[in-house]
Design a protein around this ligand. Structure first.
Ligand SMILES: [Zn+2]
Length: 424
C-alpha cells in the first residue's frame, strides 16, 4: 500500500524573477518538469510571520487573525504594538483576543491522520505560527516542541546556526529523519535564505547570488530524497516555493513622528493611536476614541510623497485584511523607479522601527510592491504533466492543495487547491 504525503519547502524571500538556469539550476529544472505558477502572489503584509500563518491555514490575514510581523493588541483600553517574533507574543495575543490563529492549521487538520512536522530556520515567531497551538512537531533553534507543547531537548532539538550553513545542516537532517524515516502526512522545511542574507546585502550582490545557490542546493537534496522514496513506492506531493520577494531600501520615514506633527501626539502617547511598521508598509491602529482623529488624517497621509497607497476600514478587504481588533488602516510605502548598483530596479521607502536603523541599499519587504508580492511556487508530482499556470495563485493555495492530495476536508479556506491532473 502506498503512503500518501505532502512536503512543502520554503526558500524564504526568493522572488520569482530570480529563478533561472544559472542562479537556481534545480528550481529552473523543476519549473520545466513540474507545474510553474506564473502569477503567484504573496499576502499583505508580505512579511514572513503572516505568510507562515497563511501557508499553515490556507487563509488570508483577515481570517486567520495575525495582522503583521508587529501587531497592535487592545490591552487595558489602549493599543500596544508587540513584536510577533518574541517568544511571549502568543500569550499576549491569547489574553487580548482569546486565541492565537482563529482558524485551524494544517497541523491540526492532520493531527490524527499522519501528523505534521516542520523544520524552520527563520525567526521564532514565524516558526511557531506554523502551528501555534502545538498539534504537531515544530523544530526551531530557539526551542523545538512535540504535540501538546512538550519540549524536545538534547540531541533531538534543532541546534543549527541562523545562516547558510544552518540551512544546509537542517536540510540534511530533514531528508534523513523526517522524509525517509518518520514520514508524516505533511512535512515543512522552511529555509532562512535567501531572505536572511538579503536583509544585510543589496539585491543582485554576490552574497545574494551565493544565498540563492545555497537555497537551490538544499532543494536539490530534498528533491533527490523524494525521488528515491517515490521509487520505493511512496506517493509524495512536493511543493517548493517562497513566501514573498524582496525590494531595495531607498529611504526611511518615521511614521509616528509624522503623525505627531499632524497633531496626533497626545493620542499616540495615550495609546489611542499606534503604528506597527512592516518594512515597506505599516498598519495603523486606534481605539474607538482615537479612530475618528486617525481617519481625519488619512487624506494627508495619501498626499505624502513617501506613501504609495492607503487603505482603511472596509477597503482593507482589498488586501486580505479586516479592520477589527483596533486595526483601522494600512499604508504601502512609495517606490522610485531607480536602479541599485547591481542593476536591480526599484527603491522603496520603509517605515522606521524603534531601535532598528534602516539599512539603506539592502533588501526589505512587507508592502504590496511589484517584487515583494511575487513569490514562486512549483508543484512537483510524478503524476502531473508539466505546465505553466497563468491564473492567479496565492500562498493560501498551498494548504488546500496538500489537503486535497491527502483526501482531507478543505472547509473554511480562502485558498483553492491547484489543479493536479493525472497523466495518461
Ligand atoms: Zn519571509
Amino acid at each position: 500500500m502506498t503512503h500518501r504525503r505532502a512536503v512543502f519547502v520554503c526558500c524564504d524571500g526568493l522572488g520569482r524573477d530570480w529563478v533561472d538556469a544559472s542562479r537556481t539550476p534545480t528550481l529552473q529544472d523543476m519549473r520545466h518538469t513540474g507545474v510553474w505558477c506564473a502569477e503567484h502572489r504573496a499576502v499583505f503584509p508580505s512579511v514572513t510571520r503572516v505568510s507562515a500563518a497563511s501557508i499553515a491555514t490556507g487563509c488570508l490575514p483577515g481570517r486567520h487573525g495575525l495582522h503583521g510581523n508587529r501587531m497592535g493588541l487592545l490591552e487595558g483600553g489602549r493599543v500596544v504594538v508587540r513584536d510577533v517574533g518574541n517568544p511571549d507574543f502568543r500569550a499576549h495575543m491569547r489574553r487580548a483576543t482569546g486565541t492565537t490563529l482563529r482558524v485551524p492549521t494544517m497541523a491540526q487538520r492532520v493531527a490524527t491522520s499522519g501528523g505534521f512536522i516542520a523544520f524552520s530556520n527563520v525567526s521564532p515567531g514565524a516558526a511557531y505560527f506554523l502551528d501555534p497551538e502545538h498539534f504537531g512537531f515544530v523544530y526551531h533553534r530557539a526551542g523545538s516542541y512535540a504535540p501538546q507543547g512538550v519540549p524536545i531537548g538534547g540531541a533531538d532539538a534543532l541546534d543549527v546556526s541562523h545562516d547558510l550553513a544552518g540551512d544546509w545542516v537542517m536540510t540534511q537532517r530533514f531528508c534523513a529523519e523526517i522524509l525517509a524515516d518518520r514520514r508524516p502526512a505533511i512535512a515543512v522545511l522552511w529555509l532562512a535564505n535567501p531572505d536572511h542574507t538579503l536583509h544585510g546585502v543589496p539585491l543582485g550582490s554576490s552574497a545574494h547570488l551565493e544565498a540563492l545557490c545555497h537555497a537551490d542546493r538544499c532543494v536539490l537534496e530534498v528533491l533527490q530524497t523524494v525521488e528515491r522514496l517515490r521509487r520505493d513506492g511512496d506517493e509524495i506531493l512536493l511543493l517548493v516555493g517562497s513566501d514573498h520577494g524582496q525590494e531595495t531600501i531607498g529611504d526611511c520615514l518615521d511614521l509616528e513622528a509624522w503623525l505627531s506633527q499632524q497633531g496626533l501626539a497626545p493620542l499616540l502617547e495615550s495609546g489611542d493611536i499606534a503604528v506597527a511598521g512592516q518594512g515597506t508598509a505599516a498598519l495603523l491602529y486606534a481605539t474607538e476614541h482615537g479612530r475618528p482623529r486617525l481617519l481625519e488624517r488619512l487624506d494627508a497621509l495619501r498626499a505624502a510623497p513617501w506613501a504609495d497607497g492607503v487603505i482603511a476600514q472596509g477597503a482593507m478587504g482589498e488586501h486580505g485584511q479586516v479592520a477589527t481588533g483596533g486595526l483601522v488602516a494600512a499604508v504601502n510605502m512609495a517606490r522610485r523607479d531607480e536602479l541599485n548598483p547591481h542593476g536591480v530596479r526599484g527603491r522603496r521607502w520603509v517605515v522606521a522601527e524603534p531601535g532598528k536603523p534602516a539599512a539603506i541599499g539592502d533588501g526589505q519587504h512587507g508592502g504590496w510592491g511589484p517584487d515583494e508580492t511575487n513569490p514562486f511556487l512549483i508543484v512537483n508530482h510524478a503524476g502531473s504533466p508539466s505546465a505553466t499556470l497563468r491564473q492567479p495563485t496565492c500562498i493560501t493555495d498551498i494548504a488546500p492543495t496538500m489537503l486535497r492530495f491527502l483526501g482531507l476536508p478543505m472547509d473554511g479556506l480562502d485558498g483553492s487547491p491547484l489543479p493536479l491532473e493525472q497523466r495518461g
